[in-house]
Design a protein around this ligand. Sequence first.
Ligand code: CP
Length: 329
Amino acid sequence: MPSAENPYYKKSLISVDDIKERQMLELLLEEAKKMGIHRQAKEALEYLKGHGVSLLFYQPSTRTNSSFHQAAQFLGASVYNPGSMQYSSVSKGENLPDTIRSIANTTDASLIVLRHPDDNSSRTADKFAKMVKPEPVPIINAGSGTLEHPTQALLDLMTIYSKMQTIDELKIALVGDLLYGRTVKSLAMLMARLTTGNEFAFVSPDQQKFPQEYLDKLPEGTSYTETEDLDSILDWADVVYMTRTQKEWFEAHGQMDEYEKLASAMQMTTERADEMHDGSIVMHPLPRQTELRYGVDSDPKAAYFEQMRFGLWTRMALMKLMLVEDPSA
Ligand code: CP
């Protein structure tokens, strides 16, 4: 049963909408901070001793896969991680419900972490994982389709919290492929609902605008602008969150001509980073293409490598909260 004090306990994380209130978000950020302290001391933790965490990745990943794997191990869990589902019976036509129930039974998983190209994949997986006996298995959505990447949004907020000392009253520019990018949608929706006083700028070519249905879902009173002019927000923004043009989705939609035109439309260069004010940061979920020039890496504003480390801590915190009823014990 979900605990009243620990709203994460034995619950799936399918969408940022599952983070119901500010207190729930703050619990995770505080726990992630503690995980950072544990990791800096290289402590061996046993919060997940006896548990198994199974990683099912139907799409490529560097950061999400490695950080979930290591996070589970650092907490004392055993890990099943085939790396890619390419060599599983998925290639023989096995469907997601059967794969989920098979992995739940054969790996005795306490948690399944799923990355999948379909928007509804985590919800479907959750439906079938709830039927597993003797106990339902919670699902963590590690990126689904073009709409959701909830753990990325949480680690992005952990990054903002750590670098800016607050998640409120900031000016946030979300830049790039806002149409197909899932990280920007999850981050914007989570922040708009659970933080206060932030102003957003959605910066993209006209063809890659933040979808209208998402703009319509922003809570009333959310302050935002839309622009195609990256230069216009540089000295305004506290956080510039760059994203790549998502080639795989242009390919899937037969839009490669369009991709070639848009791929380099928005670029963070050293010159542009210089235009940003002192104390501001550049974030990026990575991988990158040409939108984030390598020269920016040595600028103190570049926060995207630390962002990955915050991802490790955030995923450790999330899995602990999902499997340990009283996280203070
Ligand atoms: N940010 C992110 O999801 O990276 P990966 O695709 O490498 O996991």
